[in-house]
Design a protein around this ligand. Structure first.
Ligand code: PEP
Ligand code: MG
Length: 327
């Protein structure tokens, strides 16, 4: 198998019927970077910056953050890296904020990610400055986690822009361009796409959090792990609606949750029109092999039929269709 993946390492993830799929990888630590070369990913679609905060005993200083972000950009060469601003709080507790991060009844729905970052602007300012310094002279992609309402995106972007203006005013180097994106993880945001898309440059769906909120089912509870299916019509209809809106708005949409790294699930995503995935590095080879042996257009037609008719066994139907194609 590994030999088979190595053989297609430099070939594109293009389906038999000509659909080009972008396969980026998720990362969070320096240790993940060698994997980038190894699997030849199309970029880093999700860099979880909070990992540095989680493994550190004290708040990482700005220079340390800058060094890490610079190394990540260096490793990716001219391919894009999407830096997600800190997603701490909730169940991702950091020791140096113990006083503020007291126990919450529902940590996943609590004071975390962008909510915390907007309330503690200092933290975000330092991170923004580190990102801007590291991205000087380049195209920098910044993505905000757990955005629930469009104004939160505006506020977060304004914070970064303030730092950019400061650097420009003091004649220091800044990125050539900044592209701003949001993670779609909170279902309420999906009701605001018409006002959101004009403000943003790209969107990535965090299906881990999104599905836990769609089904009201804790992603960390093993008793619920198998109860709800990523291939259920509710999830796929929801994502199809978002994919259609993104296409109409001309904004790139990707999926960066674990769903995208599973073969049948990623096939379902392609069948609803999502052609950009950011997945765990180990999944890049297997998913690429699968895409290259698939015909996506017939699956699109079949999927539309299943979703429109309210079919409840999409997993079985898709398995059958994949088998019939010899995928
Ligand atoms: C997600 O929620 O799907 C996601 C990619 O973010 P994380 O798993 O880090 O919460
Ligand atoms: Mg998430």
């Amino acid at each position: 198998r590994q030999a088979e993946y190595a053989k297609i390492r430099d070939l594109p993830a293009t389906s038999k019927d000509g659909i080009d799929v972008k396969l980026m990888m998720n990362a969070g630590l320096r240790a993940d970077l060698p994997g980038f070369e190894e699997v030849n990913a199309d970029g880093i679609g999700l860099f979880r910056t909070e990992f540095q905060f989680l493994v550190s005993a004290t708040l990482p200083r700005r220079e340390r953050q800058t060094r890490l972000y610079r190394d990540v950009l260096e490793a990716a060469g001219d391919k894009p890296v999407v830096f997600r601003t800190v997603d701490i709080g909730g169940d991702k507790a950091v020791p140096y904020m113990r006083d503020e991060l007291h126990e919450e009844e529902n940590p996943a729905m609590g004071w975390r990610a962008l909510r915390l970052a907007l309330d503690r602007g200092g933290l975000m300012k330092v991170q923004a400055r580190a990102l801007l310094d590291a991205g000087a002279g380049r195209v920098l992609h910044i993505m905000f986690p757990m955005v629930s309402e469009p104004w939160e995106f505006d506020a977060a972007k304004a914070l970064v822009e303030e730092q950019r203006a400061y650097l420009a005013r003091t004649n220091r180097p800044t990125p050539k361009e900044i592209r701003y994106g949001v993670m779609l993880e909170v279902p309420a945001l999906a009701e605001m796409l018409d006002t959101l898309f004009p403000r943003i440059d790209f969107m990535s769906v965090g299906t881990n959090d999104l599905t836990q909120f769609l089904f009201a089912a804790d992603r960390a509870d093993p008793r619920l792990a198998d109860r709800y299916d990523w291939l259920s019509p509710a999830v796929l209809r929801f994502l199809r609606r978002v994919a259609t809106a993104a296409k109409a708005a001309g904004k790139p949409l990707s999926v960066c949750g674990e769903m995208g790294g599973r073969p049948l699930e990623s096939l379902a995503l392609m069948a609803i029109g999502i052609e950009r995935l950011s997945i765990t590095p180990a999944a890049v080879g297997p998913i690429k092999a699968m895409v290259r042996s698939a015909e996506i257009l017939p699956l699109r037609e079949a999927m539309a039929g299943w979703l429109d008719s309210g079919c409840s066994d999409i997993r079985a139907r898709l398995t059958e269709a994949a088998d019939a194609q010899g995928i």
